[in-house]
Design a binder for this molecule. Structure first.
Ligand code: M6R
Length: 620
């Protein structure tokens, strides 16, 4: 949430800052801005709206500067307009600040600074930082010391980028709880909230740790803790090639990413499952060189008596499926909690709990905080993520990494299905180690997992049919999604996707809950989407669908091909190939993703960057 970038070196700073910001636009697109030092003069250029607005401004003004910082904003304090866009300057025009996070005591600081004669130009919490640094700078003209004194006064979690006109050969980065990476080039250095943004220029990355300040020049970086003591750390070499951001001929990234799912599953399965069927979650044993893996020993795994899953949004839905899988295969209790709900209360985990955090970005503040709290209480910890280089990757020794590549679209699709597959692998692994399933059952599960990508391809081949069927409901104002058991989370995910992409209100319910209240909203104007797959809860789900149908609701099913009962009862069927109910969440979500995409595209919505959202939610 909010992205920070910086550059110093021989190149024109503005185009470099823009190219870094392009990689970070997923973190927010309410406004964007840069502060550069041009002919010794600090110049701020910023614009509300998407990065393209700033790009137009910079194309016109063409600042000739070799140093600068930049920002892309997801509004927290103050509406998304030009005034509240970052960077924010102090009153002398000497200092400019960009910020990610929240300064919790900003009101007190603002009152104090206003009383001392400082004038505020925005409604943001960020601006207090510019004035505080300025106030400190007036004392001794030592910019590093001023920053260190100023950050001592800030409450909350934050990252900052700072430039000072009086020190045009330096930029400063401050990290308190967040990710900030310095990319080391030859006589040039880069700064970004996500190492991916500097990876296009260099693979030498120095990550700032908790409560550190970096003083960056074109020829080097010095790190300090908040006490001003210099910290020495070597840069790490990032593996792999830079991410390529490309729609590959698709109209939107979202559609491309939906279509990538079979490939993602094959890659993730291929990474952890050998041809002989051996499951090795410690990726470093598989011949590649990642520094991560799932490293709990067999004795430790045998010692746990409970699993606790924490996540937000789509990742939480994946966690809900994970609970079913773990309880079914491992036979131990598993809870799943919305990470933000753990705040302010007692987290009941201990030395015999395994707490699993699920996060595509690995940066979600609430999820990270929940895992850290679990760690404090002695729990084993693990992460499921698409970004091993993330904050999550740094705080747990047990990481299962999905092979999704970058997910550009703000709405999660391929990373959801990949998180599900990671849960299947984790559940099988825990069950095998604990002898909770027979070797034959384990073998069958792995074989069936291997058949899923081809079944997904069959669904994706029907994209056009799904689009036509979905558009019949594009004028709805309210849609209800229902499912039971393993597909209750699918109903929640289907509703979330429709909401975030098309802005149509949608709610997901456990099908059996409908009659306990939500059924009151049903009439002929409210379509009901029901996920109904043969298995333990098939008949009961159909009964719940009947109850909805009796209230004149338009009925849409996600069901297996050729299901005659379903064909008779539903107005529209989005079919999937026959599948064992246990694996069905890996398929049933696909028609719902396509449905949400088709409706949003038809309604002309901003599919890849829906309003008000950000991909990486780094505020609490
Ligand atoms: O990066 P994370 O997986 O931790 O993100 C969690 C949620 O913010 C994310 O899943 C969000 O709900 C997406 N907009 C879903 O499409």
């Amino acid at each position: 949430m909010c992205g920070i970038v910086g550059y110093l070196g021989p190149l024109e700073a503005a185009p470099v800052l823009l190219s870094e910001l392009r990689c970070l636009e997923y973190r927010g697109y309410d406004s964007a801005g840069v502060a550069v030092i041009e002919d010794g003069q600090l110049v701020v250029m910023k614009s509300a709206g998407k990065l393209s607005n700033l790009e137009t401004l910079l194309t016109k003004t063409k600042p000739a500067a070799k140093v600068g910082i930049g920002h892309t904003r997801w509004a927290t304090h103050g509406v998304p307009n030009d005034q509240n866009a970052h960077p924010h300057m102090d009153n002398t025009g000497n200092i400019a600040v960009v910020h990610n996070g929240i300064i919790e005591n900003h009101e007190d600081l603002r009152n104090e600074l206003e009383a001392a004669g400082y004038h505020f130009n925005s409604d943001t919490d960020t601006e207090v930082v510019a004035h505080l640094v300025s106030q400190e700078y007036a004392k001794d003209k030592d910019i590093l010391k001023s920053i260190l004194r100023a950050v001592k006064r800030l409450d909350g979690i934050y990252a900052l980028g700072i430039v000072c006109q009086a020190h045009p050969d330096k930029i400063y980065a401050v990290n308190h709880h967040y990710s900030l990476s310095v990319g080391l080039g030859k006589h040039e250095n880069f700064l970004a909230s996500d190492s991916m943004a500097v990876r296009q220029y260099t693979n030498q990355i120095l990550k700032l740790e908790m409560s550190e300040v970096a003083e960056i020049t074109a020829d080097g970086v010095r790190l300090f803790d908040f006490e001003g003591t210099e910290v020495h750390r070597k840069a790490a070499t990032m593996d792999g090639s830079p991410y390529v951001i490309d729609k590959a001929g698709f109209k939107h990234f979202l559609l491309k990413e939906i279509h990538e799912q079979p490939h993602v599953l094959r890659r993730t399965l291929g990474k952890y499952l050998s041809h002989s069927g051996r499951l090795t979650l410690d990726a470093s044993h598989n011949g590649d060189v990642p520094s991560y893996g799932f490293r709990m020993t067999d004795t430790e795994i045998k010692g746990i008596d409970r699993v606790h899953i924490v996540a937000c949004g789509t990742a939480y839905h994946a966690g809900m499926v994970g609970k079913y899988l773990i309880e079914e295969l491992v036979g131990i209790p598993c809870d799943v909690e919305i990470a933000s709900e753990i705040r302010g209360r007692k987290l009941l985990v201990n030395e015999s709990t395994l707490t699993v955090a699920v996060s595509q970005s690995g940066e979600t503040a609430d999820t990270i905080a929940a895992l850290q709290e679990a760690k404090k209480r002695g729990s084993f910890t693990a992460g499921i993520t698409n970004r091993p280089d993330s904050h999550l990757g740094q705080i747990t020794p047990n990481l299962i990494v999905s092979e999704c590549g970058l997910e550009v679209s703000v709405a999660a699709t391929k990373t959801y299905v990949a998180q599900l597959v990671c849960f299947y692998l984790l559940a099988i692994h825990l069950a095998e180690v604990r002898n909770a399933i027979t070797p034959e059952r384990a073998r069958q599960l792995k074989v069936t997992l291997g058949t899923i990508p081809a079944l997904q391809e069959q669904i994706l081949a029907k994209e056009q049919d799904i689009r036509e069927a979905s558009l019949k409901y594009a004028d709805a104002h309210d849609v209800v999604f229902i499912g039971r058991g393993l597909n209750y989370p699918t109903a929640l995910e289907g509703a979330l996707k429709l909401k975030e992409l098309s802005y149509i209100h949608a709610s997901g319910y456990a099908a059996g809950e409908l009659k306990h209240g939500p059924i009151a909203v049903l009439d002929a104007s409210v379509p009901v989407v029901c996920i109904v797959v043969p298995g333990a809860v098939y008949e009961k789900t159909l009964s719940n669908a009947q109850e909805a149908r009796a209230r004149a609701a338009k009925m849409i099913a996600v069901a297996v091909e050729g299901d005659e009962q379903v064909a008779k009862m539903f107005d529209t069927v989005l079919s999937i190939p026959a599948v064992d109910e246990f694996f069905s969440p890996l398929l049933t979500v696909l028609p719902l993703q396509l449905m949400s995409y088709s409706v949003a595209d038809y309604l002309g919505k901003d599919v890849d960057q829906p309003r008000n959202l950000a991909k990486s939610v780094t505020v609490e």
